[in-house]
Design a protein around this ligand. Sequence first.
Ligand code: HGY
Ligand code: MN
Ligand code: MN
Length: 425
Amino acid sequence: MLELARILPLDGSVTTIVPSRLDREIDDLATISAHPAPAVTRVLFSPEDLAARQWLTGLAKDAGFHVRADPAGNLFIRWEGSEPCLPSIATGSHIDAIPNAGKYDGVVGVLGGLEAMRQLKEAGHVPKRSIELILFTAEEPTRFGIGCLGSRLMAGTTSPDEARALRDAEGRSLDELREAAGCRGDLGAVKLSTGAYQAFIELHIEQGPLLESEEIDIGVVEKIAAPSAFRLLLKGSGGHAGAVLMKDRCDAFLAAAEIALLVEKAALESGSPDTVGTTGLVEVRPGAINSIPCDVKMEVDFRDTEREARDKALARIGDGTHAICKRRGIEIDWQVINQDPPALCDPSLVALVESKAAAAGLSHRRMISRAYHDSLFMARVCPVTMIFIPCFKGYSHRPDEFSSPEAIAKGVAVLKACLEELSAR
Ligand code: HGY
Ligand code: MN
Ligand code: MN
């Protein structure tokens, strides 16, 4: 029984909008979560992630598409074209979600991509080039501390050995978790050759306020910002909170606090308005109120659209961090998690998205993606661009993340038109 969404306009008349197939599927997927609605939590290879993958596989097979997984758990939902030897056209995104996230980040690109393929099939389109919808493994860094693990392995920017060395918070390895998830085969087989795809277009919510504030339907991404992340392990001397005088302390948390403020200062004073720095994770040991923090693990996310501005600010943080730790008598282990260049999108794909948006009578503008996406790494395999749609106040990575059915439908329509044209060439 379809639950009918009722919108009561100001004049009191009742307008009943029947949720689309896609709206319902977005709502259904959101229920597969480790946390209750409206939050969504779906960490790589968690029971929720495996259940969501199985659910999606069922949808894809019901639509008559073929589904396969690579050894890293990237899923490929394939619509075979009449000339299957030609490089395919690809779209896709992710369905893993950080703790306490929303239900649209990544999901719009996966379910919206499936919807675009189904609509083309139902309209009788016969693709010359095959079309593949890719569900990327671990776009979010939650499980192993690094984002885009699946697309990094596909692009070869992370080697199988580097991936095998990763451990989650419980000390489990990628091999252990992927095998438990039924992903067989050597990780070396994940890497794609350059040109494996003719093009890759990712549909995604903007995760920023620009499109909504300018009342623009479609964002066409020209560049994806340069993300970096590092982990600091700080070791002090600990001790009794009552017995050790302040002058005798080496408090690891206070060093971390100074460093976190330095991260903020370096971002604010970088000279670039696009530099952003976040200390998103801090663990304090032993974690007792009457024990001076002895060991701190902190993880910092630091980005800019320009690599040079980012790296200059990072160097300032590095120098300052070592000075803080020297002054406070703290041992430090600085571990780079990732330090990636930005990606430029393909101008001909950017122009194609613009032309399809215009043909659909939709307003559109070129823009930069401040969030990273699997497109950042697919850009090393083939030409890419992204289609952004507005989201409520730019909110993302929070339960009140929202994009309207109308906005999503516009994004799907543009993606569908692009897939139709590209798969016919
Ligand atoms: O953090 C990011 O930019 C992405 O949403 N995972
Ligand atoms: Mn995200
Ligand atoms: Mn995302």
